[in-house]
Design a protein around this ligand. Structure first.
Ligand code: HEM
Length: 126
């Protein structure tokens, strides 16, 4: 079984890579940059996000933490689901640029909430 600290390091590294790519693509979308249509933007982020979710599930499993028991983990999971939907609207699904920008701002606020919940282990970290 992999060491908990190594798993957590993998999880946090995936978080850093995933958040950086999301913000970079969001900034590209905001400015209407042509590179946002390049092929790598559809292949690299899903790979990192899959690793991020796999590390999250393994981390929760090995440490015996469950969203059914820990309110902070259920809040985090719900917020991750919301972030995925908002992120899809921000980078692809919204039809207008205003819609994409609004979704990007909402997704970024949700991301800040997820990180605050992860660090404080409180469903309401403020
Ligand atoms: C966008 C998605 C996610 C982000 C940004 C994120 C962020 C983080 C961060 C920053 C930490 C380190 C907190 C610390 O300072 O100790 C962490 C830890 C953790 N995350 Fe995530 N996470 C995400 C998804 C998930 C999901 C989906 C789960 C559960 C299924 C999860 C479960 C955990 C667990 C169990 C820990 C370790 C808590 C501990 O210290 O015991 N994460 N996460």
């Amino acid at each position: 079984m992999m060491d908990y600290h190594v798993l957590k390091l993998i999880h946090v590294s995936c978080v850093a890579a995933s958040v950086s790519l999301f913000l970079l693509r969001g900034a590209g979308m905001w400015c209407g940059a042509a590179w946002t249509a390049q092929r790598w933007t559809r292949t690299v982020p899903p790979l990192i996000d899959t690793l991020l979710l796999a590390s999250a599930v393994t981390l929760a499993w090995t440490s015996g933490q469950s969203p059914l028991v820990q309110p902070w983990l259920s809040a985090k999971l719900g917020a991750v689901a919301l972030y995925i939907v908002l992120g899809a609207f921000a980078l692809k699904r919204a039809r207008t640029r205003t819609g994409r920008r609004a979704a990007l701002l909402a997704a970024t606020a949700t991301l800040a909430y997820i990180i605050a919940v992860a660090v404080t282990k409180q469903a309401w970290p403020l």
